[in-house]
Design a binder for this molecule. Structure first.
Ligand code: WTA
Length: 686
C-alpha cells in the first residue's frame, strides 16, 4: 500500500531515467526555455509548430489577435485567421501520403474481451471518405450540425472525421445521457442528422441507444425541430432477415456469446437508415473541403452553472495545433507507442486524446468499448498486456474503484511496456496517485496529472514525463502558451504561496471561441468575473515551490466521477416531480467518485417522504439528465436554510450533508430552527 501517512506523498518523484533520455523535453531548464518563448512570442512558437502540418494556403491576417478584456470590447480569440487547412486531412490522409498507410490507427477492444478489431490509416481514410460521401449525399454541407450519439466503436471516430472532412460541425452527446438531454442538445444546435447505433453492451448492461434516439427525435418533433435522418450503425444485431419492415418492432438476437437478452429496435422508414447500407454504395474517394483556421470544427456541451448546458465551440486550426502538440509532449509520444486513453469519445477527453491528438501525430491508439470491471477488475491491465500499451490515460475515479479490488488484479499482468500513466477529470488524491505510481507503474513510469477542461480543448496544467519532478496530487506547471494566475476574490494577484481563483491571462490555440449561439453567455461565464482573464471556475493553490494544486470547482458545479454536473440542472429535474416544491443540491465527498450529489427536497402538502418517493426522484434525475447523474442521497427538507432575502445558504447544506454541526456564522439566516431539523432528519446511511 502507498504510505501517505509516512510521508510518501510529500516526496518529489523524478522522471525515470529511461523515459527522460528519450523524451522530447528532458529537463526543467529545457521546459522553462520553451515555455518562456511560448508565452513571450506565441506567434513565433506556434508558428514554428504549425509548419509541421499541411496548410492549403497561408494565413492572410495576423497570426494571433484577441481581446480578453470585455470592458474594451467583445471577447474574441483568433489564431491563423485566413489560413486554410483541414484537420481530417492532417489526421488521416497526410499519413497515408507519407507512407504510413499500413500503420494501425486504432485497435478496437470490445466490451467482450473476445471482440476486437483494428484499422490502418489507409482503411481509415477509405471509411472516412465513404462516410463523408454519405453525409454529402444526405445533403450535409459545410457549417451544418450533425449530432452523434454512439458507443465506443470505430464508427464514432470515422463519423467525426467525416464531418470534419466536409466542414460539418459535429456535436457528440455522451451515450450515458437520457433522451431528454439528447433532444435538448440536438435542438439547441439545430442538428440536421443524428448518427447512432442500435445498442451497446457496457459490462453486463445492455443499452438500447436506438430507442433513446427515437425518443429524442420524437421530442425534437414536438418542439418543432425535424431531425431529417437517423443513421444507425448495426453493432449488436447482425441478423438482417429479422429486421421487420415498416414502423413495427424488429426483434434482433444478440450474438450467442453475449448474455442472452434481446434488443428490440423500432425502424422508422421516414428517417432511419442503416450505416452499412449507405457505406456499401458510397465511393471511397472524397474531396476535402478546405476550411479557414477559424471555421468551427465541433461543439460539445458542458454543464453550465445556471442549469442549461453550454455548447462549447472549437475551431479548426487552433484546436488542431493544440490537441496534437499537447498529445506529443504530455504523453511524450514516439512513433512506436501504443497509446490508450480509456475516456469515452462523448467527452472532451475522448475528442482530443482518443481521436484528434493521436491521429494528427500518426499514433496507434485503442478504442475501448468496455468498463474497467468487465469481465473482472483486471480488465485494464489485461488489455495493457494484450496490446503492450506504452502510454495509458484514465480518470482518478477509475483508479480509486480498481484499487479496492486489491493489487493482484494488477500484478498478475505484464505491465512492463508502460512508460507514462496519465490522469484527468478531477483532482487525484495522493493515495490513488501513489497506488498508480507504485503498483500499476511499478515505480518505473512517469505520472502525468493533467488539468484541463472542455473549454480549454487540451491540457493546460500538466507535468512533462521526461522533465517535471512530480508531487502526488499536483498538476504542477503550465503547458506551453498557458499563463496561469491565482486571484483573490477581489481580483488581487496571489504571487507566491496561496490559494484563490485559477485564471489565465493569454489565449492558447486550443481554447474555445464561443458558446454556440450565445456569445454573451461565453463572455459572462468566463470573462466577466475578472476583466482581462479567462476564469476556469476552479480554485487553485500555489505551494512554496511554485507547484499548482487544483482544489476543485468554486461554482455550483459538482464533479461526479470526473463528469461535471450542475446542481441547478439536478434541482430543476427534481422539482419536475409533482411531490417536490423546492430542491437544493450540494456536493458530498465520495470515496470512489470523488464527489457525489446530496439533494434536499421540500415536499408539497399531502406528500410523505418514503423510500418509494426517493426511488422515484432518483429515477426522475436519470430520465431528465442521464443514468450517470443519479443522486446518491436524497433528504427530506421541510424547510431550507435561507437568508432574509431568500437565498439558499448552500454552505450550511454542505455541512448538514456531511453531518458537521459546526456551521459557522448563521446570523443571516431567516429561521435558524430549520438547520436543527435538517440535522435531525439526516438519513443514517450517509
Ligand atoms: C476538473 C475534462 C483537478 C476541473 C478534461 C475542471 C480537474 C473540470 C483535473 C473540467 C485535474 C479536470 N485536477 N481537477 N487534473 N482535470 N478537472 O470539462 O474541475 O469535463 O474544471 O473536462 O474537471 O471538466 P471537463
Amino acid at each position: 500500500m502507498a504510505d501517505v501517512e509516512n510521508g510518501e506523498a510529500d516526496l518529489l518523484y523524478f522522471p525515470p531515467v529511461e523515459i527522460q533520455n528519450e523524451a522530447h523535453v528532458q529537463s526543467m531548464d529545457q521546459y522553462r526555455e520553451m515555455y518562456k518563448k511560448s508565452v513571450e512570442d506565441p506567434a513565433g512558437f506556434w508558428g514554428e509548430i504549425a509548419k509541421q502540418y499541411h496548410w492549403e494556403s497561408p494565413q492572410t491576417g495576423q497570426f494571433l489577435s484577441y481581446n480578453f478584456d470585455y470592458t474594451k470590447g467583445p471577447i474574441s480569440i483568433k489564431w491563423l485567421e485566413g489560413a486554410k487547412t483541414n484537420i481530417c486531412y492532417n489526421a488521416v490522409d497526410r499519413h497515408v501520403e507519407n507512407g504510413q498507410g499500413d500503420k494501425i490507427a486504432f485497435y478496437w477492444e470490445g466490451n467482450d474481451p473476445d471482440d476486437h478489431g483494428k484499422i490502418t490509416y489507409r482503411e481509415l481514410r477509405a471509411k472516412v471518405c465513404k462516410f463523408a460521401n454519405v453525409l454529402r449525399n444526405l445533403g450535409v454541407q459545410k457549417g451544418d450540425r450533425v449530432a452523434i450519439y454512439m458507443p465506443m466503436i470505430l464508427e464514432i471516430s470515422v463519423a467525426m472525421l467525416a464531418c470534419a472532412r466536409i466542414g460539418a460541425i459535429h456535436s457528440i452527446v455522451f451515450g450515458g445521457f437520457s433522451s431528454e438531454s439528447l433532444a435538448d442538445r440536438i435542438q439547441d444546435a439545430k442538428c440536421r442528422l443524428l448518427l447512432t447505433a442500435d445498442g451497446v453492451w457496457r459490462g453486463s448492461k445492455l443499452l438500447n441507444l436506438k430507442e433513446i434516439s427515437d425518443e429524442a427525435i420524437a421530442k425534437c418533433r414536438q418542439h418543432g425541430h425535424e431531425v431529417e435522418k437517423c443513421v444507425v450503425v448495426r453493432h449488436l444485431s447482425p441478423f438482417e432477415e429479422q429486421v421487420v419492415e415498416g414502423d413495427g418492432d424488429s426483434v434482433e438476437e444478440p450474438p450467442a456469446k453475449r448474455p442472452a437478452r434481446q434488443l428490440r429496435i423500432r425502424w422508422h422508414h421516414d428517417y432511419d437508415l442503416w450505416w452499412h447500407e449507405l457505406m456499401e454504395k458510397a465511393s471511397d474517394e472524397c474531396d476535402i473541403v478546405w476550411m479557414d483556421a477559424e471555421d468551427p470544427l465541433f461543439m460539445l456541451y458542458t454543464s453550465g452553472s445556471t442549469g442549461k448546458p453550454k455548447g462549447v465551440l472549437h475551431t479548426v486550426g487552433g484546436y488542431m495545433i493544440y490537441s496534437s502538440t499537447t498529445f506529443k509532449y504530455v504523453f511524450d509520444y514516439h512513433p512506436d507507442d501504443i497509446y490508450w486513453c480509456t475516456a469515452d469519445v462523448g467527452w472532451i477527453t475522448g475528442h482530443t486524446y482518443v481521436t484528434y491528438g493521436p491521429l494528427i501525430n500518426g499514433a496507434t491508439g485503442i478504442i475501448f468499448e468496455g468498463t474497467p470491471f468487465y469481465p473482472d477488475a483486471g480488465r485494464f491491465w489485461a488489455t495493457v498486456e494484450k496490446y503492450k500499451v506504452t502510454k495509458f490515460y484514465t480518470a482518478p475515479t477509475a483508479i480509486r474503484a480498481i484499487m479496492r479490488y486489491g493489487d493482484e488484479f494488477v500484478t498478475k499482468y505484464d505491465r512492463s511496456s508502460l512508460k507514462v500513466l496519465g490522469t484527468v477529470g478531477e483532482p487525484i488524491n495522493p493515495e490513488a496517485w501513489l497506488w498508480y505510481y507504485n503498483v500499476v507503474g511499478n515505480k518505473q513510469c512517469a505520472i502525468v496529472d493533467t488539468f484541463w477542461q472542455t473549454e480549454t480543448g487540451g491540457h493546460v496544467l500538466t507535468p512533462l514525463p521526461g522533465a517535471t519532478p512530480t508531487k502526488p496530487g499536483s498538476a504542477t506547471f503550465p503547458f506551453f502558451g498557458i499563463v496561469p494566475h491565482i486571484l483573490s476574490e477581489d481580483g488581487k494577484e496571489i504571487k507566491d504561496e496561496g490559494e484563490g481563483y485559477l485564471v489565465f491571462s493569454q489565449p492558447w490555440p486550443g481554447m474555445m471561441r464561443t458558446v454556440y449561439g450565445n456569445h454573451e453567455r461565453f463572455e459572462t461565464t468566463y470573462f466577466k468575473k475578472f476583466p482581462g482573464f479567462y476564469t476556469t471556475g476552479d480554485g487553485a493553490r500555489r505551494d512554496k515551490d511554485g507547484y499548482i494544486w487544483v482544489t476543485g470547482r468554486i461554482d455550483d458545479m459538482v464533479n461526479v466521477s470526473g463528469h461535471l454536473l450542475s446542481t441547478a440542472e439536478i434541482e430543476s429535474a427534481l422539482v419536475e416531480h409533482k411531490a417536490v416544491t423546492e430542491a437544493a443540491v450540494v456536493s458530498h465527498p465520495h470515496s470512489i467518485k470523488g464527489e457525489c450529489t446530496y439533494c434536499f427536497v421540500t415536499l408539497r402538502e399531502g406528500y410523505e417522504f418514503t423510500e418509494d418517493l426517493e426511488i422515484e426522484l432518483k429515477r426522475m434525475v436519470r430520465t431528465k439528465i442521464g443514468p450517470f447523474a443519479e443522486p446518491d442521497f436524497i433528504q427530506n427538507a421541510p424547510g431550507l436554510p435561507k437568508t432574509r432575502s431568500g437565498k439558499i445558504m448552500r454552505r450550511i447544506l454542505r455541512k448538514v450533508a456531511v453531518g458537521n454541526r459546526d456551521i459557522g456564522d448563521a446570523s443571516t439566516l431567516a429561521d435558524e430552527s430549520v438547520v436543527d431539523l435538517l440535522f435531525d432528519l439526516r438519513p443514517d446511511n450517509v
